[in-house]
Design a protein around this ligand. Structure first.
Ligand code: AGP
Length: 577
């Protein structure tokens, strides 16, 4: 996702536009730019890198402008791919947040009409279409343009000789800020809260025209809509978290949107390899372990699972027939990057499943598959993990030559998220324990690993994950009233076996919290507490089980007074060995 700001009024726009971007950098930060109207011309300053780079450049003079901080989806982070974009005449400029899914077809059409593109992005098609459709009324030109666009967008457009800004929203947020002889557009209120607390949240399929005196809102048919003015009573910090207490909680609740976006990612991987080796660190490695189970079960292809910090120093018998798949949210993790370099040295083909576009790993692998989780600010990975799982499902079905029918996932994830109060109560019951066991079998075992890591890294409580069948080989000795177990036991092919393991724990006075399938009354008889998740096709339970594990860890950390966004001793990206 990206951040957008627009200003029209009597003050110098440049500083207002830049300071607004600084509040939106949590939405994206790989390049930034600003466009300001001066003497019927549009001046632009845009650069790869953080907002501060644009801020340090010469100020643009003028009282009308738009600005943008980018999270790349199409086109690597670079000066040329930074927003704003202008049409060929330089008379129009646009900033855009979202994905124009039919941009290739539109780009072809415009190119055939002689349009020269200056970037590799999807967003640039918007400004060329507006210029093409302009016949004297900017708002009309935008309404005509919108009819051609498919995908999610929030964008703002200016014209050099026109004292107005047009904004449109379909799927990505856009807010109007109301001032005295000035008005604003922004991706969210944090960018404008220092100037006004009177806002209008545009809805999907709405367009707005603002001047320094006037605000009009219309639907996409051009029919005027009532102005729904709201009073914002958030602090700036809360505004950036959109009302959530921590970025981690906001990112947990963003997961349905992330799933929807990541499901659209195309997978084109060729199948000419003899072995698949999955390599990653931490949470990303648990996503890769789920991937191992999925690929072996769905595509019947053997997969070797490796932890990157081990992989880089052990004998791997790598050769040119191997496919090495690495997963990394940041794309900068030193051990994972070293694994890529080692694999390439041995002639293996490398694929990177990465969240940060144009990150080092993304640039060094032979093929990259971008997850569309957007910037993940919380150190504890949540939405990136779920997007990695989605890509592993897509990869498994792709390698099996089968259709991945994901229809039921997003609504079911929302259903599990709606149980957050219940999970919070559970956290209140268990947050004082000093040790936990997490158990699961088959494709639920990697989830036990991820759940235990979440608890460890943000609550600092010791938590160990085991394959449920391993308990009797030692860990059962740990079980006591003082060591609760979180058991992942949905109604799947290993349900009965996991059920027995839970009974083993109960027989030794152990307390058990079970993640179980709705309607399963038997599980209640052997559990102290149950978190029910909706029934889904068995293969999809790992996705649904993820949510309670994240929320349980988050609420426990909060109850213990820790800051889940900045856990002690940890960093968001481990760029050292
Ligand atoms: C997970 O919550 C941690 N932040 C950590 O384990 C992380 O997953 C690991 O360091 C890998 O990071 P990457 O995905 O950026 O490579």
């Amino acid at each position: 996702m990206c951040g957008i700001v627009g200003y029209i009024g009597e003050k110098e726009a440049n500083d207002i536009l830049i300071s607004g971007l600084e509040k939106l950098e949590y939405r994206g930060y790989d390049s930034a730019g600003v466009a300001v109207i001066s003497n019927s011309a549009i001046n632009i300053n845009k650069k790869k890198g953080r907002v501060e780079i644009v801020k340090s450049a010469a100020k643009l003079s003028g009282t009308i402008g738009i600005s943008h901080t980018r999270w790349s989806t199409h086109g690597a982070p670079s000066d040329r791919n930074a927003h704003p974009f202008t049409d060929q005449s330089g008379q129009f400029a646009v900033v855009h947040n979202g994905i124009i899914e039919n941009y290739l077809e539109l780009k072809e059409e415009l190119r055939n009409e002689g349009v020269q593109f200056s970037s590799d992005t999807d967003s640039e098609v918007i400004v060329h279409l507006v210029a093409k459709n302009y016949q004297g009324n900017l708002q009309e030109a935008v309404l005509k343009t919108i009819k051609r666009l498919q995908g999610a967008y929030a964008f703002c457009v200016i014209k050099a000789d026109s004292p107005e800004i047009i904004g449109a929203r379909n799927g990505s947020p856009l807010v109007i800020g109301l001032g005295k002889k000035e008005n604003f557009f922004a991706s969210d209120v944090s960018a404008i809260i220092e100037h006004t607390r009177e806002v209008i949240y545009l809805n999907d399929f709405q367009i707005a025209r603002i001047t320094k005196e006037l605000v009009e809102v219309r639907n996409f048919h051009g029919e005027e809509q009532p102005l729904d003015v709201r009073e914002v009573n958030w602090t700036l910090e809360k505004a950036q978290k959109q009302g959530y207490k921590h970025f981690m909680l906001k990112e947990i609740f963003e997961q349905p949107d992330v799933i929807r976006e990541t499901l659209k990612v195309p997978i084109h991987l060729s199948k000419n390899f003899s072995r698949i080796i999955v390599v990653a660190c931490g949470t990303a490695s648990y996503a890769s372990l789920v991937g191992k189970y999925l690929i072996e079960e769905i595509a019947k292809i053997p997969v070797i699972y490796e932890i990157a910090s081990e992989f880089r120093y052990k004998e791997n018998l790598l050769n040119q027939h191997d496919l090495v798949v690495v997963i990394s949210q940041s794309g900068e993790t030193a051990d994972t990057l070293a694994a890529v370099r080692l694999a390439k040295e041995k002639g293996a083909k490398t694929v990177g499943i990465v969240n940060v576009v144009d990150s080092t790993i993304a640039r060094e692998v032979d093929e990259r598959i971008y997850t569309r989780a957007g910037p993940e600010i919380g150190v504890a990975s949540t939405k990136a993990f779920i997007s990695q799982l989605i890509i592993m499902y897509k990869l498994a079905f792709h390698l099996a030559g089968k259709e991945f029918n994901s229809g039921e996932i997003e609504p079911k994830i929302k259903e599990v998220l709606s149980k957050h109060e219940e999970i919070k109560r559970l956290a209140q019951k268990y947050y004082l324990y000093q040790n936990f066991l997490y158990i699961g079998r088959n494709r639920n075992f990697p989830l036990a690993l991820e759940g235990a890591l979440k608890l460890k890294e943000i609550s600092y409580i010791h938590a160990e994950a085991y394959p449920a069948g391993e308990l009797k080989h030692g860990p059962l000795a740990l079980v006591s009233e003082e060591m609760p177990t979180l058991a992942i036991c949905p109604k799947d092919s290993v349900y009965a076996k996991t059920f027995s393991n839970i009974e083993e724990i109960k027989a030794r006075e152990g307390k058990v919290i079970t993640i179980a399938t709705e309607g399963d009354q038997d599980i209640r008889k052997v559990s102290n507490d149950v978190i029910y998740i909706p029934k889904v096709e068995e293969i999809f339970y790992p996705l649904l089980c993820t949510i309670p594990l994240q929320l349980f860890a988050y609420y426990i950390a909060e109850l213990k007074g820790h800051d889940p966004d900045h856990p002690r001793s940890l960093a968001k990206s481990v760029t050292v060995e």
